[in-house]
Design a binder for this molecule. Structure first.
Ligand SMILES: Cc1cc2nc3c(=O)[nH]c(=O)nc-3n(C[C@H](O)[C@H](O)[C@H](O)COP(=O)(O)O)c2cc1C
Length: 202
């Protein structure tokens, strides 16, 4: 059975910097035999969580908001062995489209906290990448790391925090340290996928 990695890109821009870093990570994973997919949220409609708690009703297990682009993305997240998310930093925070996806994807698994709920992302592997012109990468990174943590992911490190320094479209390709950091992060994701392969299949 193939091992799958999904990358979610939260930038609303075409050919975005965030996409460049994510593609560098996915290139590494593909080189290690992992099946990869990049999903951009650009042009998609993702409503925010309405705090209706319908996802917590017995048997629900999924956000009940309908009529937007969330569900197919959530299904891809469930099917993936590894999840990478990339966000441009807007006002020192994660882009709202990506955050909306993550909140709605994670909250059903919190039902019946702490013991009885199915934990759809438990022991999946992955982590975040954040991109800014000058400042705020670490705030947004921390916001995303908290999401990965509470959802039970195993998040490997790198040689630095996986953040990019880029402003205009095309800048990411010139950020050699940022690209190298992302590459090393992806190497560690690949290593974890390989190391845990047998336990995930059992
Ligand atoms: C609304 C808005 C808010 C932004 N806020 C920040 C910020 O807080 N810090 C920063 O350094 N750059 C900020 N930027 C710049 C972007 O983070 C930067 O252009 C980045 O490369 C965007 O990534 P993308 O090309 O993947 O969309 C902001 C840009 C926009 C449009």
């Amino acid at each position: 059975m193939s091992v799958r990695a999904l990358a979610l890109c939260g930038s609303p821009r075409a050919a975005s910097n965030t996409e460049t870093y994510l593609k560098a990570a996915l290139d590494v994973l593909r080189g290690r035999g992992v099946e990869t997919e990049l999903v951009t949220l650009r042009g998609k409609t993702i409503r925010s969580c309405q705090a209706c708690y319908a996802c917590w009703r017995p048997g629900a297990g999924v956000c009940q908001i309908q009529g937007d682009d969330f569900l197919p993305i959530f299904e891809k997240m469930l099917a993936a062995d590894a999840l990478l998310v990339g966000s441009p930093v807007h006002y020192s925070a994660v882009h709202p489209d990506l955050w909306n996806v993550l909140v709605r994807a994670g909250f059903p698994g919190m039902a019946g906290h702490p013991h009885s709920a199915p934990r759809p992302f438990a022991r999946k592997i992955g982590g975040p990448i954040t991109v800014a012109r000058r400042a705020g990468q670490n705030f947004a990174l921390a916001q995303l790391l908290l999401w990965f943590n509470i959802n039970g992911f195993v998040v490997p490190g790198s040689i630095y925090w996986p953040v990019g320094v880029a402003r205009s479209v095309g800048d990411a390709a010139k950020d050699s340290e940022g690209i190298e950091t992302v590459i090393q992060f992806a190497e560690n994701v690949a290593w974890l996928l390989e190391t845990t392969r047998t336990s995930r299949l059992s």
